[in-house]
Ligand binder design. Structure first.
Ligand SMILES: NC(=O)c1ccc[n+]([C@@H]2O[C@H](COP(=O)([O-])OP(=O)(O)OC[C@H]3O[C@@H](n4cnc5c(N)ncnc54)[C@H](O)[C@@H]3O)[C@@H](O)[C@H]2O)c1
Length: 383
């Protein structure tokens, strides 16, 4: 009876309970069921359904294709892919009409079709600049996988063109759209850990990408480190003044390409904050993605996710399912959210949340890290 003093009124007589802000799936349910509005802006009639062309159906392209097909705001007008067999398999899976499927030789149809509002680029990186340029010149909104181009000058040119053409250019830094990272950033920016002293990120890829992919990836700095650089700067709201990196190639085939499979890097910020990141191309235990922010008031961290929360205990100990195998499953919600952000931008509901200036700085930092690893020196950033 000692706890009887805590007895309360019937829950029916109390204020109705609301879902917690972190339950984004419940929020989706409320929007879908018409109980909450998805946004307060009126979308022009001709943009209620956005016609898009998707370039490439590889690892990244297939994530986007699935999300396009499941998004009622999007209509797939064209899919451009150089591999005929892939096109045929995807046509069967999604019952796509013949008119949708194009080879790269036919891709002029995309740019001359006035009904196409936007293009989504998921080709190998070396093709990005050309497609971004053609898309913007044809006055299409552009969503492009990272990186926007192979180097800084081409990236700058793409954003300049976007400005001239008055078209959005969204660089797909998908980690910014991950619900856990978004919540972590909000807490950091609300001062929950106080002034940030340390940030740590871990990004270990799984499975090891094919050597064909690595050959055209643009190298570990511009292919992988850009994600962590962007993530750290986005969480902190500042860019580093000094960076230092060291890198190794343990895998002979990667060493033969003069690339690396392992990097450790540090960034120092004007505020005094220090960040540390480690990256590997090959984590055998799953896609290892962690983010931790530490300050005088405490720590906020986003740890690894697993497909489901099953725990098995026996005489040998306790086990859980392995981590998500790779990026399509780990960042599943982030890819959906970034595509929805692109829809918001095209429909005029939102501004592009990743400014060109940010992407240019991230590209510069990635190059400075490569320079640091090559020279063994810390590099001072000049933006
Ligand atoms: N944001 C992310 O999480 C993420 C993850 C993976 C890859 N990426 C980026 O996506 C891009 C593609 O990477 P991927 O892993 O999907 O590569 P991939 O090798 O799996 O796929 C590339 C696809 O492009 C097709 N292709 C080649 N030339 C083409 C052309 N001219 N027109 C149309 N299709 C063409 C290939 O046949 C292949 O299907 C890269 O820029 C990479 O940096 C981003």
């Amino acid at each position: 009876m000692t706890t009887v003093k805590f007895a309360t009124d019937s829950p029916y007589k109390q204020e109705k309970q609301q879902h917690h802000i972190t339950d984004f799936k419940y929020k989706e349910f409320l929007v879908g069921s018409g109980q909450v509005k998805s946004n307060n802006k009126e979308v022009p009639e001709h943009l209620k359904v956005i016609n898009v062309a998707l370039f490439a159906f590889g690892r990244a392209g297939s994530i986007h294709l699935t999300n396009i097909m499941k998004n009622s705001r999007l209509h797939l007008t064209y899919l451009v892919e150089s591999d005929r067999e892939k096109l045929e398999s995807v046509q069967k899976e999604w019952s796509l009409p013949d008119s949708v499927l194009l080879s790269p030789q036919q891709d002029h149809k995309v740019f001359s079709d006035p009904s196409v509002h936007g293009i989504i680029i998921a080709t190998p990186t070396y093709l990005h600049k050309d497609l971004v340029t053609r898309g913007l010149k044809a006055r299409k909104a552009v969503f492009c996988e990272k990186p926007i181009a192979d180097d800084l000058e081409d990236t700058r040119m793409c954003y300049q063109l976007a400005k001239e053409m008055k078209q959005p250019l969204l660089c797909a830094f998908n980690r910014r759209f991950d619900p856990s990272f978004c919540q972590l950033r909000q807490k950091v920016q609300a001062g929950e850990v106080g002034q940030v002293h340390l940030v740590k990120t871990v990004a270990r890829d799984c499975p090891l990408p094919s050597i064909e992919y690595i050959k055209v990836s643009g190298g570990l700095y511009h292919d992988c480190a850009v994600h962590d650089i962007d993530l750290v700067c986005w969480v902190l709201g500042e860019y580093p003044t000094h960076v230092f990196a060291t890198a190794s190639a343990f895998i002979p085939e990667i060493a033969a390409l003069n690339d690396h499979d392992t990097i450790g890097f540090t960034m120092k910020f004007a505020s005094g904050t220090i960040s540390m990141t480690d990256i590997s191309r090959n984590a055998v235990y799953g896609y290892d993605q962690r983010l931790e922010v530490f300050g005088p008031k405490g720590m906020v961290s986003s740890s690894n996710e697993r497909p489901y929360p099953l725990v098995t205990s026996n005489v040998h100990g306790t086990s859980e399912p392995p981590l998500h195998y790779s990026f399509p499953s780990r960042y599943c919600q982030g890819y959906i959210n970034e595509l929805n952000h692109f829809c918001d931008v095209v429909q005029g509901v939102s501004e592009v949340s990743i400014p060109g200036d940010n992407t240019l700085k991230v590209t510069k930092i990635a190059s400075a890290l490569a320079q640091s690893a090559a020279t063994g020196q810390m590099v001072e950033m000049v933006y």
